[in-house]
Ligand binder design. Structure first.
Ligand code: ZN
Length: 507
């Protein structure tokens, strides 16, 4: 390697590290803001985060970055890079182009619009007032349509938005995936609704001391292999994971005194996200590759621990006795089997975040179809409440009584996150496909869970998913880990088998 190319490489790495370190600092400040920062300090804190974010942003689209990228664009220089450097350049190029193609003024207007829209949305949801939110949402959709024109698109316009969160995913693929899911999950959910048998779950709604709930969350995180020397567990209103760097991955959960399962499942879910971030290969530290490959793949790891493992019979065969020790009075007459059935109760809900495993993906499909139609100009924002109700009826058999429990329930659109929702369903689909591959390769998957040897499973995930970080595209990681491209049939089979047995259905 010549002196010049060494200098370019080092300079580039130095620059990406600087961006990364800003983001480290922002992540800590943000975590602090959401886990108990004093109320009176909140407004200045928000300004500090805003200022640091704009410094990091300026570096991302700086002339310095531009000149490194064009230097590596030259095949003479770019072809000599090792795979990690190539991927780092690819990611920086993607970010650079994304923002450079939008005129600065337009981008600034959009940032202001979405931050206003988020607080307007809060009021609109509280007061069940879609008309209040409507003009903001109309503008946000309009901006997104303009951005797509500036960024360019192949095939469907919505592809460009999908690619922001799930690189390589397209409407063409997703339509096919979702139509397979729809054809078997809608009837499955309807059959479950129609049977008389219902698992008894009232015992989950007793009083459960929140301190004990916290102890159990810590216990279970330790068993799944979460590294407490590289993280910590706190409480926040909405559970989340902050991956600052692989040595500092913090999670939160929320304890409700009258709901045992919420905190347990949130801890497993965020724990799954955290295992991903804690186990990215050390070679990728300080580069833009030191994060999950996509939102969908990230969600596959949280869903794997929350649902595939955390809602499995074998998991509670092993850990229900431990849980009973934390709550001997409340759970004294309950068997592991009663518990397993109770935590897998299926009930069509109006609200996505309260949905069970079977109906969850139906909520996502509704949002996907609406977003796709909005972005392509096939429906207008004004049509949303009606369209929402029709789709809820079609997919879930229920209609929301008002917009707060309907079209206004999620914050995503106020923040301009179009294209994000499908990641949640992709996470579920990937998780079942990964489960199938892990079962085949490891062999005695459920025996291991029953023996409490969860770390063997964690290591398999690290080897096949976690360690790659963002070095490869999600489709490549899935192909290597499972031997085929994304295939929803594993999720469908998993759900049908599991719920046929729980609900004694004839399928
Ligand atoms: Zn998640």
């Amino acid at each position: 390697m010549t002196g010049k190319s060494d200098a370019a490489k080092n300079g580039f790495l130095e620059l990406v590290k600087r961006i990364r370190y800003y983001n480290d600092a922002i992540a800590v400040l943000y975590w602090d803001l959401r886990t108990g920062a004093p109320r009176k300090g909140v407004s200045q804190r928000a300004e500090v985060i805003g200022m640091l974010s704009s410094e990091a942003f300026k570096l991302t689209i700086s002339d310095e970055m531009g000149s490194y990228l064009s230097y590596f664009d030259d095949p003479d220089n770019g072809s000599r890079l090792d795979p990690t450097m190539k991927a780092a350049v690819r990611e920086c190029r993607k970010e650079y182009d994304k923002y450079k193609k939008i005129p600065e003024d337009k981008y600034r207007e959009y940032v202001i619009l979405t931050s206003e829209a988020e607080s307007i949305w809060e009021d609109a949801k509280k007061n069940n007032d879609f008309e209040l939110f409507k003009p903001y949402l109309e503008k946000i959709v309009d901006y997104n349509q303009q951005f797509i024109e500036l960024w360019g698109y192949e095939g469907n316009k919505y592809n460009t938005l999908l690619d922001l969160y799930e690189p390589g995913m397209t409407v063409e693929k997703l339509d096919e995936i979702f139509s397979m899911l729809r054809s078997r999950i809608v009837p499955l959910a309807a059959k479950i609704r129609a049977v008389d048998y219902q698992p008894e779950d009232q015992f989950l709604k007793q009083y459960f001391d929140t301190g004990k709930q916290e102890e159990f969350s810590l216990f279970i995180l330790d068993r799944m292999g979460y590294d407490f020397d590289a993280g910590r567990l706190d409480e926040s209103e909405h559970p989340f994971t902050t991956g600052i760097n692989p040595g500092d991955v913090r999670i939160t959960t929320h304890y409700y005194p009258n709901d045992l399962i919420s905190s347990v499942m949130s801890s497993l879910h965020e724990g799954g996200h955290a295992l991903y971030e804690q186990n990215i290969s050390a070679d990728l530290k300080g580069t833009p590759l030191c994060e999950g490959a996509s939102m969908g793949l990230h969600e596959s790891q949280s869903r794997f621990w929350e649902n595939i493992i955390g809602r499995s019979r074998s998991f509670w065969q092993k850990y229900f006795r431990d849980l009973q020790k934390f709550f001997p009075e409340q759970l004294k007459d309950i068997s592991p089997e009663d518990f397993y059935r109770a935590i897998n109760k299926v009930e069509p809900s109006l609200v996505r975040i309260e949905a069970d495993e079977v109906t969850y993906n139906l909520h996502i499909m509704i949002r996907y179809e609406i977003e796709k139609a909005l972005i392509n100009g096939e429906i207008n924002v004004a049509d949303l409440p009606t369209v929402w109700g029709e789709k809820m009826k079609e997919y879930l058999g229920i209609v929301p009584p008002d917009d707060s429990k309907g079209v206004l329930q999620d914050v995503h659109w106020a923040g301009g996150s179009f294209g994000y929702f499908p990641s949640y369903a992709l996470g579920n689909i990937y998780s079942a496909q990964i489960y199938n591959a892990a079962k085949k390769e490891i062999g005695n998957f459920h025996e291991l869970i029953e023996k409490g040897e969860l770390k063997v499973i964690k290591e398999w995930l690290t080897e096949n998913i976690h360690k790659h970080g963002k070095l490869q595209k999600p489709a490549e990681i899935i192909m290597q880990a499972t031997g085929e491209e994304i295939n929803p049939v594993y999720l469908i089979d998993y759900l049908e088998q599991k719920y046929k047995e729980i609900y004694k259905l004839e399928l």
